[in-house]
Design a protein around this ligand. Sequence first.
Ligand code: GUE
Length: 283
Amino acid sequence: MSATILDGKATKEAIFDELRPRVARLAEQGSAPGLATVLVGDDPGSHSYVRAKHNDCAKVGIKSIRKDLPADVSQAEVEAVLDELNADPACTGYIVQLPLPKHLDAGPLLERIAPEKDADGLHPISLGRLVLGEEAPLPCTPRGIIELLRRYDVPLNGAQVAVVGRGITVGRPIGLLLTRRSENATVTLCHTGTKDLAAEVSRADVVIAAAGKPNLITADMVKPGAAVLDVGVTRTEAGLSGDVHPDVAEVAGFISPNPGGVGPMTRAMLLTNVVEAAERNLG
Ligand SMILES: Nc1nc(=O)c2c([nH]1)NC[C@@H]1CN(c3ccc(C(=O)N[C@@H](CCC(=O)O)C(=O)O)cc3)C=[N+]21
């Protein structure tokens, strides 16, 4: 028996089909959504991600604004660009593409984003609202994972979920989403200090691998029939590697391919956040 593929690419397209009429309605009502990206330097990976986000916007009719800055840009110059986007009504949401070059202090820059324009859902105000259960833009990767599971009817109510990795973009926030009353899952957050990772993972109905360690999750750890989501992206000599060993597909009930799984869902949720911000602007 082989796992059902959680097809993030196809699901992204389905979400785009749902966003298109909402974008058209917003434009008619004078509140057209617009996504801006701030990209510093010339990392090829970052350039390709940013290009993909602008292509996505074109597909759903969202206006997009690119702010590409040289690698040696100063903190003050980046601040000025953020202030400009905060004041620009054509920009309803934006992101600062990470990682930033080492000479820039990322924390204060990310905090400078107007919270109502936080398209990543990673602004301290947004994360605070998530903890409090208040409405806010949600972190894109966690939201994308939950949306992918929902659309494949993978049950979360009462499910045991093992999250592997405590990073700010995925591992840390996803437990907050999964334990809301609407999802109702029980979550164990595993990390490098976890004594027996195999034991934690083997109890799980859903495994979310977001550690950034190639092939960390092996077939022997996974409960037969479990849903396994591979968030890892590590550049190795052999190319990009996920956190989930390919043999896991023989044991799992559902598996997200990588590429083609969580990545496209992250982009779909980014656009969803931008559309929702424009809808909130209408009141
Ligand atoms: N402020 C900020 N927000 C981010 O959301 C953010 C970021 N910075 N920095 C980098 C990471 C990485 N990330 C990805 C999103 C989609 C794919 C994606 O769609 N990947 C395709 C493959 C794309 C390819 O082959 O190049 C896939 O998985 O099928 C990958 C990576 C967002 N990030």
